[in-house]
Design a binder for this molecule. Structure first.
Ligand code: 7GT
Length: 299
């Protein structure tokens, strides 16, 4: 007998029972919650599979409803370059819920690039960049704006495969508009934000392209925070720094090329950082340009 009547929309969701979800370690923490490594072990003999469980603490910024939207978002995404959704776990009688995703042992791109700095060459960096581009192209076909594209949210599946891993801030652009305006911007990662996102809370595929340029810079700096520190202190900045950042971006200040970064790659970054969002390339053009640079690198 079904112990809980599932509404039709939910019966395709895989339900993980909390009592069989064994906590192992913390995978990452963010503004609204955390992602934990757990073993789903219904037989209780440690033969269960390892999963990544994203817990949400409902607070003023993100409610359970937001989280249900994130679950719905992730559950319909099927792409090689996007982390696989596994299901949900309700606890406290559905007062709180967790998102269950596939666990990828290599973890985030930040840790990977710092650790394997000496064995990741330009070609591999460009391969990762082209995969992120393909994942973003896929999201764009569904009218999704990611809004939090950053190396910390990219997962390494293997030495030759990365996946976009976090959809906490993803929004769907309304059918009659080209952008999404956020009403209550929570704590914003402004150093990854396009100027129009900082000053007008305006998010579009072209603001995701700006963030992609920052991710490209992170990849080619091996996510080394010392070169061009993108974050001063933690992610959250007061209003004054947002105004300062928008002003220097308007006067054409941009991040410098990372050490040993091929000029063609730096020019890609600069294209993504066009002040006017109409002048930024789309993800398919970026993907093609990266493939061409990869050919040159092969010779
Ligand atoms: C890089 C991944 C995404 C980022 N992250 C993280 O901890 N967070 C993403 C969201 C933020 S949050 O806590 O702010 C958040 C919490 C709830 C709602 C909304 C936001 C935390 C670490 C992850 N990580 C190391 C993983 N490693 C191995 N396998 C994995 N499968 C899936 C994730 C994952």
């Amino acid at each position: 007998p079904v112990w809980r009547a599932l509404s039709p929309a939910q019966d395709d969701q895989t339900l993980f029972e909390e009592r069989h979800l064994r906590y192992i370690s913390l995978l990452g923490k963010g503004n609204f919650g955390s992602v934990e490594l757990c073993r789903y072990d219904p037989l209780g003999d440690n033969t269960g599979e390892l999963v990544a469980v994203k817990k949400l603490q409902p607070n003023k910024q993100s409610t359970l409803d937001d989280f249900q939207k994130e679950v719905n978002t992730l559950s319909i995404l099927h792409c090689d370059y996007i982390v696989k959704y596994r299901g949900v776990c309700y606890s406290m009688g559905r007062l709180s819920m967790s998102l269950v995703m596939e666990y990828l042992p290599h973890g985030s791109l930040i840790g990977y690039l710092e650790k394997y700095r000496h064995s990741v060459n330009t070609r591999r960096m460009l391969l990762f960049a082209s995969q992120i581009c393909k994942g973003m192209e896929y999201l764009q076909t569904l009218r999704y704006v990611h809004r939090d594209l950053a190396a910390r949210n990219i997962l390494v599946a293997s030495d030759s495969l990365v996946k976009i891993a976090d959809f906490g801030l993803t929004k769907i652009i309304p059918i009659d508009k080209e952008y999404y305006r956020v009403t209550q911007p929570g704590e914003s990662p402004i150093f990854w934000y396009a100027p129009e996102s900082i000053s007008e809370s305006r998010f579009s595929h072209k603001s995701d392209v700006w963030s992609f340029g920052i991710v490209l810079h992170e990849i080619f700096s091996y996510c080394d925070m010392n070169s061009n520190p993108k974050r001063i202190g933690h992610n959250v900045q007061g209003p004054s720094i947002s105004v300062h950042l928008t002003n220097i971006l308007k006067s054409n200040w941009r991040l410098l090329p990372p050490p040993h970064c091929p000029p063609k790659v730096y020019s890609l970054m600069k294209q993504c950082w066009a002040y006017n969002f109409d002048e930024r390339p789309c993800f398919s053009s970026l993907g093609n340009q990266i493939e061409v640079i990869m050919q040159d690198e092969r010779e």
